[in-house]
Design a binder for this molecule. Structure first.
Ligand SMILES: [Zn+2]
Length: 90
C-alpha cells in the first residue's frame, strides 16, 4: 500500500511532467482574476483557480507519455489549457 505522502509525491512528479510538456502560460481566472494552476492527480488533469477554486472539466493525462515519435494518444492537458485561455469577446 502506498502512503498518502507517496501519492502526493507521485502527483507532484506527474504535474512537473505535464508542465514540462505543456509550458504554455495560463491566463488569470475569468471570474476572479486569480492565478490558475494545473492540477494532476492519479488519473486526471484539470485547471483550477487558486483563489476561487473554480475548475475546468477533467481530462486524462497519462496518455501523453506514450513514447515513440509522433505518437500522441491524448491531447488532454493541451485541450484544457486552450479552453482555459479562451475568452469570449465582449
Ligand atoms: Zn477564480
Amino acid at each position: 500500500m502506498k502512503t498518502l505522502e507517496e501519492f502526493q509525491k507521485e502527483d507532484e512528479k506527474n504535474r512537473k511532467k505535464v508542465l514540462k510538456k505543456y509550458p504554455e502560460k495560463l491566463k488569470p481566472c475569468p471570474f476572479c482574476g486569480g492565478k490558475a494552476r494545473i492540477v494532476v492527480d492519479d488519473d486526471f488533469v484539470y485547471i483550477q483557480c487558486k483563489k476561487c477554486e473554480v475548475n475546468t472539466r477533467y481530462e486524462d493525462w497519462e496518455d501523453i507519455y506514450a513514447d515513440g515519435p509522433g505518437v500522441v494518444i491524448s491531447e488532454g492537458p493541451g485541450v484544457l489549457i486552450k479552453e482555459w485561455n479562451t475568452r469570449k469577446e465582449k
